[in-house]
Design a protein around this ligand. Sequence first.
Ligand code: FAD
Length: 423
Amino acid sequence: MTTRPVNPLTGLDFTPAVGDMAFTPLQRQLLAKAHALGRDRFAPRAAQWDREASFPFANYDDLREAGFLKLCVPAGHGGLGADFPTYMMVAAEIGRFCGATALTWNMHICSTMWTGVLADGIPMDETQRAEHAARRQLHFRRIVQDGALYAQPFSEGTAAAAGRAPFGTTARKVDGGWLINGRKIWASLSGAADYYGVLCTEEVEGKDPDPRDTLYISVPATSEGFSISGEWDPLGMRGTVSRNLAFKDVFVSDDEQLMPRGIYFKGAQTWPAMFFTLSPTYLGVANAAYDFTVQYLRGEVPGEPPVKRRQFATKQIAVAQMRIQLEAMKSLFTRAIAEARPNPSKDERMRLYAAHYSIMEGANDIARLAIRTCGGQSMLRHLPLERLYRDSRCGALMLPWTAELVMDRMGRETLYETGEKDI
Ligand SMILES: Cc1cc2nc3c(=O)[nH]c(=O)nc-3n(C[C@H](O)[C@H](O)[C@H](O)COP(=O)(O)OP(=O)(O)OC[C@H]3O[C@@H](n4cnc5c(N)ncnc54)[C@H](O)[C@@H]3O)c2cc1C
């Protein structure tokens, strides 16, 4: 990462993780804030969360103070009103300094973005629209006024989070609300969130469980019957603290619905880019691995002996390879965030998948090359590279768009148009 004179194009004195472009005034302001927070606060603390596998509470105090918890709450509700591309750019900048903070922040932000700007693009009838407009006020108010934190526990260890089966967690309608039963795995922010936005299947009398009856509903952390369990000692992204959740006859009021009945399923079909929001964290991690490599080969890492390694042709070639891959990732990313909209064309959807795959796999490629090129001393634990390497491995595992499932979708959706079958 190079600090330099203000670039007339970007209005910034650093190159953001997303790359150089003509930012809007809001984007410029948020990127500058994210960069300063990341550099001065998050980067120095990142090793601690990783070592302890503990949640970055101190970073969240900073995010709250900077107004970043309400980044995607619409301005009319007291938020900063960031749109999809703006969030994605800022998230990449945070990911560059602390992957676990960026990834958990993504879970929180999506709770506001999906119910906010994305929901505005999902077809709803008048009653549903009015219901949604009334209910989301409660969630936005909690975030804007109380600084509340929302998690997004979807995964269950079944095909549900991949979008291939109904969720096993169920919601039964009772007087004034819902009774939630089931379990979730891999719930980032477990123990840190004030509310858990779960996906569950509405139990409909006389009907088999159906993904179309998915309900998106928030469970307050203080609810009776709600519990958190399980060991937490993973390879990477250790600060996400993604443990298991159990719901045993948990009652939540109707007001906790984050979307009207049936709307989440429509949303997932209408707005595929909603799942692309996991990628900026890893674009940030890739930038960090690249930045470190350049600094290290130039002998400029603070606290390290000023040994230069840049004179070796093999190292120059590796840096070039890393840069080429990083530029390709950034180009796909910026194109995909600019194109993100409800009901994208087939080509836009393919580019979205390609961008997601390239970033999730590319982050790990770049981190792997970084360690190989910087050499043995660079993987010692007092340097960030080995953490970046471990963190970078996690992106391609995240449902619903794991690297495998993206390939699966791209191949199938290229060769088959909607409704086409081989007899
Ligand atoms: C750091 C981190 C943080 C996370 N945070 C959250 C969170 O906050 N909330 C949350 O809900 N989840 C979270 N997850 C979970 C994540 O999204 C996945 O659900 C989880 O990694 C899946 O693990 P699994 O062993 O159950 O994989 P499996 O479901 O067993 O899948 C293994 C692989 O098989 C493939 N596969 C799975 N299903 C199918 C299918 N139907 N057809 C074809 N191939 C398939 C996929 O490529 C997948 O990689 C997190 C994961 C990580 C690594």
